[in-house]
Design a protein around this ligand. Sequence first.
Ligand SMILES: O=C(CO)[C@@H](O)[C@H](O)[C@H](O)[C@H](O)COP(=O)(O)O
Ligand SMILES: [Zn+2]
Length: 203
Amino acid sequence: MELILRERYRMMAEQGFRESIEVKEALRREETGTILDMAEMIVQAFRGNHRLFLFGNGGSAADAQHLAAEFVNRFQMDRPPLPAIALTVDSSVLTSIGNDFHFEDIFIKQLRALAQAGDVALGISTSGKSPNVVKALRWSCEHGLRTVGWVGAAGGEMDAYCDILLRAPSRVTARVQECHITVGHILCALVDEMLFGNLEQNE
Ligand SMILES: O=C(CO)[C@@H](O)[C@H](O)[C@H](O)[C@H](O)COP(=O)(O)O
Ligand SMILES: [Zn+2]
């Protein structure tokens, strides 16, 4: 590769690192308390035999299923499985609802089938505007679920339907997603510690 071009690409890569680090620093300053509140809410739901539903589009769909796997299988310690369900994974359900009704119903219809009052609905949207996420959160708060939204600095339309709203302080989709998955991993660690911290000490 031409040296000048390689230098240009190196600057781009370093800029990506710098932006990501700066946004995460701001996230740590502004949202650590929010993450503790979310962990307490989810722990309370799991203790009451309630379930956690996660949903989002694109990269956020990947986050939803990634985090559901951490809860159901394991994160960093071996402990009993926890009831988390990603609403992004069943292609037959998703395509039939999208094809026969509307794409904005793909999450709400699964919640109507599966969720009960006291469960937690966690919607992820970098814009805060995806109609399928907004609609599912609205239904959830109208039906006695506890609701959590993860958005970016733009905020969007989820605030009105969320008991807890976490805002990643950036308007760049990629940077917001990087914050969201970091928050997800911290949340998994906190929930494990709150529920099973003594298991690890006994090992
Ligand atoms: O991962 C990315 C961009 O980094 C994309 O797949 C992105 O998630 C998709 O465009 C989503 O449809 C965006 O939806 P949202 O975050 O605004 O709700
Ligand atoms: Zn992405």
